[in-house]
Every structure is written in structure tokens, then in C-alpha cells.
Design a binder for this molecule. Structure first.
Ligand SMILES: *[C@@H]1O[C@H](CO)[C@@H](O)[C@H](O)[C@H]1NC(C)=O
Ligand SMILES: *[C@@H]1O[C@H](CO)[C@@H](O)[C@H](O)[C@H]1NC(C)=O
Ligand SMILES: *[C@@H]1O[C@H](CO)[C@@H](O)[C@H](O)[C@H]1NC(C)=O
Ligand SMILES: *[C@@H]1O[C@H](CO)[C@@H](O)[C@H](O)[C@H]1NC(C)=O
Ligand SMILES: *[C@@H]1O[C@H](CO)[C@@H](O)[C@H](O)[C@H]1NC(C)=O
Ligand SMILES: *[C@@H]1O[C@H](CO)[C@@H](O)[C@H](O)[C@H]1NC(C)=O
Length: 477
């Protein structure tokens, strides 16, 4: 019996050992391949992947922070624009400090900054060709002259991605701030990233520091995703706005953390008679999970340039500390246009001068050609589920004399005050609306009983439909 069992089992045992052996071999092969793959490929999420890959160093350049790579960036983009219609290209910027002046992007193009890659802006004004003022502004924002090109720019582009593994773009803005403060500038300072007439834009996974002025400025553009950014500038640096969507539609801004010298997000659409004539609104936009600190600015500003109109804007899960105001609406007679259908849900604020701030007499005109009878419409503004602590004023809300800002709806708002509390915590003139469950008790203009929950749109925003792909490139060049 024992013999028979031994005899019949042994081929099975052999087979089992053989199978085990093969399995172990196969597993180690897979493991080996996986190691090889993870060692030499990087992956990232983007709206589109590219067929062609190039490294900046393929075109020359030294990442020593001193040698100019301006010609290298320009040549690389020029070269890769040739394959825009053949699957597009990704340009990888390796670790190092790459000093450069202004350069433009191209279509079907990805600029990828590896971890440790820093694009350092040249401080030589000659490396920023002058552009004419934007048609919806009529003038540069710093004065009547031209506009220096932004560090990273481009116009009439399709499908552009600027991303990375948390690489950095350093605007080296200090010399520009000094010139601006001494009123020594004839032309408007460069912005860090400005895309004009672009469709399908992604700017993500980067650290942006010390822009000469505005950081991210998409203008006359649509389908824009801006996410996972850290933005830093000294809190006393002039006009270092974080993100300024300007006459843009279908915009998503999320998981962005800003500490800077001006508004963290400022929604715009052109200036007075120029903006009215151009007539291009900013609309269909969502801001999610914004974290902000801006002692000289607002967490989210609407205006003051809003002459093309601003409508259908949602903001949710907003966190801020140490800022001038939470939501700030700023406009003036002469602006025309409108700010309507603005919905804010869930704000958590600490150390804020005025939680809600609206101004109908902001002033600041491009020239004397504005029509003071062009009055902006401000209507249907919702603020709900807001908690704020250490506040000076709950609402400093002024409209336009004889032309009130209407349709405010406030619900579930709780505001606590710090030691610098103003005597008058609500200061309302020329505004009207309703409220429910607001503490402290709002001004008479807003005290009519409203719904216990002001309405917040539940339908998806169109930009959320745009799906991200997983893209990759070989990390050995
Ligand atoms: C630029 O593009 C051409 C194709 O037109 C290619 O042959 C060339 O190698 C590229 N230059 C560099 C430096 O990669
Ligand atoms: C970038 O594009 C703009 C608009 O097309 C152009 O005026 C400017 O000269 C370009 N800048 C560079 C550095 O090529
Ligand atoms: C981009 O940021 C997100 C959120 O922090 C992270 O999950 C993702 O891995 C980042 N991508 C890259 C390529 O670093
Ligand atoms: C990105 O880099 C910055 C500065 O280089 C650093 O402070 C930050 O923590 C990094 N963020 C992530 C998500 O790695
Ligand atoms: C009121 O707002 C707070 C803060 O956003 C939130 O946690 C709470 O659930 C809200 N209450 C109601 C009844 O919606
Ligand atoms: C109250 O509002 C009026 C009109 O908008 C303004 O002139 C005044 O300075 C405000 N008061 C405070 C304390 O801000």
C-alpha cells in the first residue's frame, strides 16, 4: 500500500515542483520588468498625452542658474511645434535652474517640470518683447504704454499643458516690484503665465513663486483646468494676484494654495469702454478647495475689471486666514457689464477684515473715455455655510447710489469678532437681499427672511466632463 502510494504520488510531486518552479520564474520575471518600468518611466495626469518626447537638454542649455537658456526654450518649442499635428510633443525640463526670458508655448504641447526643475525668470527687461495692450483693456494695467510679454506665453493655441512633478517657476519679481513702487515703469510688468485665445489648457502640479505681477492669466480662453498649484509671493509685493481668469469660460480652479500680495483669485472680463466693446464674459467657472492668505487682498475678487460680464461662478470649500476680505465685489460707474449668479458654499475664514465686501465706487479707469452712465448690474449673489472668526467687519456692502446691487441671499453664516472689531459690523448702502440664520443679525437691507438654505446649483459644471489621461515618458534621456 505504502509502496503503491509512493509510486503514484511521486510524478504528481514532480509536476507540482515543476509548476512551482515555473511560477516562481514567471513571477520574478514580471517583478523584474516592473522594476525596470518604474525605474525608467514617470507618469502624470493630463487632458491629453503626446506622441513625441524631448528633453530641454536635447536643445542645449545649462541648468546652472547663470547661463541663459532663452534661445534654448524658444528653439525647443519652435522645433516641437512641427509635430503639433502629428500627436504633439512633451518637453521635459530636468532638475536644475534654467534661466530664461520670455518664451511662447505651442499647440498640442506639454511642458513638464521634473522634481527639482526650476525655471528662473531673467531680470533683463530686454528679454520680454513688448506687446500691445489687450483689446478689452485698451491700456496696460501699470500704465498707458505696452505690456512686457509674460515669462511663459502664447496666443491662439489649442491643447496646452504646463505641469510637472512639483517643479518650480520663479519669476524673480523683486526688481520689477521696486521699479513699480518707484513709479519707474512705462510699460506693464510681465505676468508669469499668460495664455491668450487658448482652448483646452491645463496648469497643474507646480510651485509658482515671485511673479513680477499677476501669476496665472488665461484670457479670451476656454476649457481651462488649473489645479494642485502652490503660489507664493511676499505679502507686500504689488499686484501679485494668484489666478486671474479674464473673459474665459469653462474654468476649473481646484486644490490651489496661495499666499501673495493681492487677491488669491480675481475673476475679470475687461475694463470700461474697451471691455464693454469687446463684450466677452467670464462664465461657467468653479473654484474648489482654495486655500488663501492675502493680507492686502481678497480670497476671491470679482472685478474690478468686469465690463464684459461675470456670470455663473461657483466657489466651494474655501479656506483662508489673514486676508482683507472673503468675497469682494468691486466695480464702478463706467464699467457697464454685470456680475450675476455667483454662488459661494462652505467658507472657513480666520482673521479677516471684512467677510463680505462690495464696492460700487471702486474708480480706476483706463482713461477719460469711459461713459459714467454705463452702470454695472450686480444681482443674484449667494453666500451660504460660512464660518468666520477673528473678524473686524461682517459685511461692508456698498452698491451704486440709486442703482442698488440686488438679489443677495445669505444663509447659515456665523461670524465671530476679534479685538479689532469695528463699531458697525454691517455697513450697507445701496444693496438688497434676504437672509436666514445669519449671526450677527445682518443690516436692514439684508434682513428680510430668506430660505433656510439659499439655492446652490447641483448640476455638474461643463468643465468637469473633461477627463484626464495617464501620460508617461522615459526618465532616461
Ligand atoms: C528638430 O526637428 C527636426 C525635424 O524637423 C529634427 O530632425 C531635429 O533633430 C530636431 N532638432 C533637435 C535639436 O532635436
Ligand atoms: C509670443 O507670441 C506673441 C503673440 O503671438 C508675439 O507677439 C511674441 O513676440 C512672441 N514672443 C516670443 C518670445 O516669441
Ligand atoms: C499632482 O498632484 C496630485 C495631488 O497632490 C498628486 O496626486 C499627483 O501625484 C501629482 N502628480 C505628479 C506628477 O506629481
Ligand atoms: C512642492 O515644492 C515646494 C517648494 O519646492 C514645497 O514647499 C512643497 O511642499 C512641495 N509640495 C508637494 C506637494 O510636494
Ligand atoms: C452651516 O455651515 C457650516 C459650515 O460650513 C456647516 O458645517 C453646517 O453643516 C451648516 N449647517 C447647515 C444646517 O447646513
Ligand atoms: C460704510 O460704507 C460707506 C459707503 O459705502 C463708506 O463710505 C464708509 O467708509 C463705510 N464705513 C466703514 C467703517 O467702512
Amino acid at each position: 500500500m505504502a509502496f503503491y502510494q509512493q509510486y503514484t504520488l511521486s510524478p504528481n510531486l514532480v509536476a507540482i515542483f515543476l509548476l512551482f518552479g515555473l511560477l516562481i520564474l514567471a513571477l520574478s520575471f514580471v517583478e523584474c520588468r516592473r522594476n525596470l518600468l518604474s525605474g525608467s518611466y514617470a507618469t502624470y495626469a493630463a487632458i491629453n498625452c503626446r506622441k513625441h518626447t524631448a528633453y530641454l537638454t536635447d536643445f542645449g542649455g545649462f541648468g546652472d542658474g547663470k547661463t541663459s537658456s532663452t534661445a534654448v526654450f524658444r528653439a525647443a518649442v519652435q522645433n516641437l511645434s512641427q509635430v503639433a499635428e502629428d500627436g504633439g510633443a512633451q518637453l521635459i525640463v530636468p532638475p536644475g535652474r534654467w534661466l530664461t526670458g520670455s518664451f511662447n508655448l505651442t499647440s498640442h504641447f506639454t511642458l513638464f517640470l521634473q522634481s527639482g526643475a526650476v525655471i528662473v525668470a531673467s531680470q533683463d527687461a530686454g528679454e520680454y518683447p513688448l506687446l500691445v495692450p489687450l483689446p478689452s483693456y485698451g491700456e496696460g494695467r501699470d500704465g498707458p504704454g505696452g505690456r512686457f510679454s509674460s515669462l511663459i506665453g502664447g496666443s491662439h493655441l489649442n491643447d496646452v499643458v504646463v505641469t510637472g512633478d512639483n517643479g518650480t517657476i520663479d519669476g524673480q519679481g523683486s526688481i520689477w516690484w521696486k521699479k513699480f513702487n518707484r513709479k519707474k515703469l512705462k510699460n506693464t510688468r510681465p505676468y508669469l503665465i499668460e495664455l491668450i485665445y487658448a482652448n483646452q489648457v491645463q496648469i497643474s502640479n507646480l510651485t509658482l513663486i515671485d511673479s513680477p505681477s499677476w501669476f496665472v492669466h488665461p484670457v479670451y480662453s476656454r476649457d481651462i483646468i488649473i489645479q494642485d498649484l502652490i503660489i507664493r509671493a511676499p505679502i507686500d509685493s504689488p499686484n501679485t494676484y494668484g489666478i486671474n481668469p479674464d473673459s474665459c469660460s469653462n474654468v476649473k480652479i481646484q486644490d490651489v494654495n496661495v499666499v501673495s500680495g493681492d487677491d488669491c483669485v480675481a475673476v475679470k472680463s475687461g475694463w470700461d469702454e474697451y471691455g464693454i466693446r469687446f463684450g466677452m464674459p467670464t462664465e461657467q467657472m468653479v473654484i474648489r478647495r482654495l486655500t488663501c492668505s492675502s493680507p492686502n487682498g481678497a480670497v476671491i475678487a470679482l472685478g474690478s475689471e468686469m465690463s464684459g460680464g461675470i456670470k455663473n461662478i461657483r466657489a466651494e470649500d474655501i479656506t483662508a486666514i489673514n486676508s482683507l476680505s472673503g468675497i469682494r465685489i468691486k466695480t464702478s460707474p463706467g464699467r457697464g457689464g454685470y456680475i450675476t449668479d455667483i454662488f459661494v458654499n462652505e467658507m472657513n475664514l480666520q482673521a479677516i477684515d471684512s467677510v463680505f465686501w462690495t464696492t460700487g465706487s471702486h474708480g480706476e479707469h483706463p482713461d477719460l473715455g469711459y461713459d459714467s452712465r454705463a452702470l454695472p448690474v450686480v444681482d443674484r449673489i449667494t453666500y451660504r455655510n460660512v464660518v468666520a472668526e477673528d473678524v473686524k467687519m461682517a459685511g461692508n456692502m456698498g452698491g451704486i447710489d440709486g442703482y442698488p446691487f440686488t438679489g443677495f441671499c445669505l444663509s447659515n453664516v456665523t461670524i465671530g469678532f476679534g479685538t479689532q472689531k469695528e463699531n458697525q459690523v454691517w455697513n450697507c448702502t445701496g444693496v438688497s437681499g434676504v437672509s436666514s440664520n445669519v449671526l450677527p443679525e445682518p443690516c436692514g437691507e439684508l434682513s428680510e427672511k430668506g430660505p433656510s438654505n439659499c439655492e446652490y446649483p447641483q448640476d455638474p459644471v461643463p468643465i468637469d466632463v473633461l477627463e484626464m489621461n495617464t501620460c508617461s515618458f522615459a526618465t532616461t534621456s
